[in-house]
Design a protein around this ligand. Structure first.
Ligand code: BGC
Length: 721
């Protein structure tokens, strides 16, 4: 893994420097093209002429620019002028498990593979920009888009994002990292004004964007819908100019989220290049269309500002070979390799939360019957979630997978268990939410199936009526009376295994203690059923780790504990500041249901001889933590080793510890490896608001070698001078 990581770093250096060698030629070419354009032609490139395209300039050989969602697959074709799908039959594609599942694999190689596959499929479908990855911080368990995002931790997000973006862009497709910035809730997303300290911005909310741009060279950034410190993101000078252009030296395209522009002059001057997505009939009425031409003609906006934007777009077009189609990658779609990559991604995302008395893996050849219970056993999910929905070539559900694989050797007793009801919030006369109703008829049927089967597997959780763009959940409990269902099934059959299919934290206390085995299966993409069934059967082993904390109750979670979600009067203050996710739970010593970074294995590991290369470090040094890890069990497995660091005494409040490095180590039974985890001393700094810069204080730091935020294998003190 480390070697692979090195290779990625080298590759990234090459990737960036190969660009810089040609930079002069590219800039000359851009200027030559701009000189030949009329103002109308220029402005035509700065706004959509339909849902996902911008205008071509035929006589200059500039084709229309094709943008497409989304983060975990290439979205099906939509009509140009409305949100309906065209219904054509050649636009199905490979569907990966969404963001949180990718993050749960903690495998950078898989993030890279995903980038490559998506790049190839995007090219085959003639797309120039893929609108993703979505990397907003998971701040509240309720955010509807958590499933699309990656994690509550900025370091994990950055590492995954760098690998995904670099790989995608090798396929002549631009990534568009989104949503810049602080789109951490869907509730009031179009208008909510997010306020946070500069320190929280720098330490938590910005690093993913910064590394996507600076380290991975992302060619696109999407401005979020919400306001940031009183101004819409798309017209926020601090975000667009100070941070993106000046600090990050971003030379790519800064586009709006769909219909997120609210002004011509302000947004133009704030650095936005491209206005996308509006419901207006006449595309010339858009802020970056005729009103922009008018503003230039009236001298309110200099034409050079328009030229800058056109140059940014042309630069991305040139780098992705849009203007040199004969040399461009043509791509491929729905290959076996792509499907295999989706399968691996799903397998490695599966998190084993509980496995009492080695209930799992199941001995399939010894089982005569199994009860498969729950709506999520038969529900497909790729086609849900709004803009990230994918028309998957196929999607294997858990019931299909188990039937295909074991239908001949055992009796499969299916019961619906609970019914998916509308997410529309309606209360019945007893005040209950309609999605919380318990259906005793379905429960009785499930109990009957569980009773007559050797074991029961309940596929529970959420679906895209909950994990979805544009609204948040109302609570963190399992909907549709599933808690009651699981309790009753577990009473009927003590060998009940629960598999949670969801992309956001859920309250598990009501079921965790009642079943011997609990698995988090995520939305698994097109290979969901195959992956989860193969992990249950032991054909594959579980190796995922939670990319977010699962609180016992919502009120434990920082934003909720402080009443800082979803805000008041359309304003939300991030009062928890830098204490997001495990940083809060650790520092405040709150016991969650399951900690960040947690996940069990079918085998066991021993970590020993943990040492640092030195005891005292200078500011420019790099710390190496070295240790041995051995698979002490009887089966293959992988452990995600995590290095956290914390400062013992600081002049400001610091989280108890923060993730600084990780690696996923695959080991055969008895096998031992020596692992190095490295952290630069300067990455132990905090953002000092007094000096508006990063500060590293001398003194003691503790390095925690761990297998989750709570499972610490070793603590070592070092001194920074
Ligand atoms: C979403 C974006 C998406 C865009 C285009 C918006 O509603 O917020 O993430 O890329 O639509 O579908």
């Amino acid at each position: 893994m480390r070697l692979r990581f090195m290779a990625i770093v080298l590759f990234s250096v090459f990737f960036q420097s190969s660009f810089s060698q040609t930079d002069n030629a590219v800039e000359k070419r851009i200027q030559k093209l701009i000189k030949k354009m009329t103002l109308k032609e220029k402005v035509g490139m700065l706004h959509g002429n339909s849902k996902f395209y911008t205008e071509e300039i035929k006589h200059l050989g500039i084709p229309e620019w094709a943008l497409s969602d989304g983060p975990h697959g290439v979205r099906a074709e939509m009509n140009r002028h409305n949100w309906k799908y065209t219904g054509q039959t050649n636009d199905s594609s490979t569907c990966f498990p969404p963001g949180t599942a990718m993050a749960a694999s903690w495998n950078l190689e898989l993030a890279k593979q995903r980038g490559i596959v998506l790049g190839e499929e995007a090219r085959f479908r003639k797309k120039d920009v893929l609108l993703g990855p979505g990397i907003n911080i998971i701040r509240s368990p309720l955010c509807g888009r958590n499933f699309e995002y990656l994690s509550e931790d900025p370091f994990l997000i950055s590492q995954l994002s760098i690998n995904y973006i670099q790989a995608l862009q090798t396929k002549d497709v631009a990534a568009c990292v989104k949503h810049f910035v602080a789109n951490n809730q869907e509730e009031n997303r179009f208008v909510v004004d997010v306020n946070m300290s500069e320190r929280a911005l720098r330490e938590i909310y910005l690093p993913g964007f910064k590394s996507s741009i600076v380290d991975a060279g992302a060619l696109g950034v999407m401005g979020a819908y919400n306001k940031f410190r009183g101004e819409y993101c798309t017209e926020n000078d601090y975000l667009g100019r100070t941070l993106l252009r000046n600090e990050f030296n971003f030379k790519g395209v800064y586009m709006s989220d769909w219909d997120a522009v609210h002004s011509t002059e302000k947004a133009t001057l704030a650095g936005l290049d491209l206005e996308m997505g509006t419901e207006k009939e006449n595309y010339n009425d858009w802020y970056f269309a005729d009103p922009l031409i008018k503003a230039v003609k009236e001298g309110r906006i200099k034409e050079s500002v328009v030229n800058e934007k056109v140059a940014n777009i042309l630069r991305v077009m040139i780098k992705t070979k849009v203007l040199d189609p004969q040399t461009r990658i043509t791509g491929s779609l729905n290959t076996k390799e792509h499907q295999q990559a989706a399968y691996r991604s799903a397998v490695e995302s599966v998190v084993l939360l509980k496995n009492e008395k080695k209930t799992l893996p199941l001995n399939m050849s010894a089982l005569k019957s199994v009860a498969i219970i729950g709506d999520n056993a038969t529900r497909t999910h790729c086609g849900g979630g709004f803009s990230s929905e994918i028309k998957a070539l196929y999607e294997i559900t858990p019931l299909q997978a188990i039937t295909n694989k074991y239908g001949k050797s055992m009796q499969i007793n299916f019961a619906q268990g609970y019914e998916k009801q509308s997410h529309v919030v309606e209360r019945s006369s007893d005040g209950q939410l309609n999605t919380d109703k318990v259906d005793w008829k379905l429960i009785d049927e499930a109990v009957a199936q569980a009773k007559k089967s050797d074991i029961a597997i309940v596929f529970a959780g959420l679906n895209h009526d909950f994990d979805s763009e544009s609204f948040d959940r109302l609570h963190m409990r399992l909907p549709y009376g599933q808690e009651t269902l699981i309790q009753e099934v577990a009473k009927a059959n003590p060998k009940t295994i629960v598999v949670i299919i969801a992309g956001s934290p859920l309250e598990l206390a009501g079921i965790e203690s009642r079943v011997p085995a609990l698995v988090w299966g995520w939305y698994g993409g097109m290979e969901a059923g195959n992956a989860v069934v193969d992990v249950l059967s032991g054909k594959e082993f579980p190796s995922g780790k939670l990319p977010f904390t699962i609180p016992v109750t919502l009120s434990q979670s920082p934003a909720h504990a402080l009443g800082a979600y979803p805000g008041h009067d359309l304003k939300v203050n991030y009062d928890e500041d830098i204490l997001v996710g495990y940083r809060w739970f650790d520092t405040k010593e709150i016991e969650p249901q399951y900690p960040f970074g947690y996940g069990l294995s079918y085998t066991s590991f021993e970590i020993s001889n943990v040492v640092t290369d030195k005891k005292v470090y200078g500011v420019n040094d790099e710390i190496t933590v070295k240790f041995n890890i051995k698979n002490t069990g009887k089966t293959n497995g992988a452990e995600v080793v995590q290095l956290y660091a914390g400062q013992t005494k600081a002049s400001v409040l610091r989280p108890k510890k923060e993730l600084k490095a990780f690696d996923k180590i695959f080991l055969a039974p008895g096998e031992q490896k020596t692992v190095d985890l490295k952290v630069k001393v300067k990455d132990l700094a905090f953002y000092d608001e007094k000096t508006s810069g990063w500060k590293i204080e001398s003194g003691e730091f503790i390095l925690y070698t761990a297998t989750s935020a709570k499972n610490i294998m070793s603590t070592l003190a070092v001194t920074v001078q």
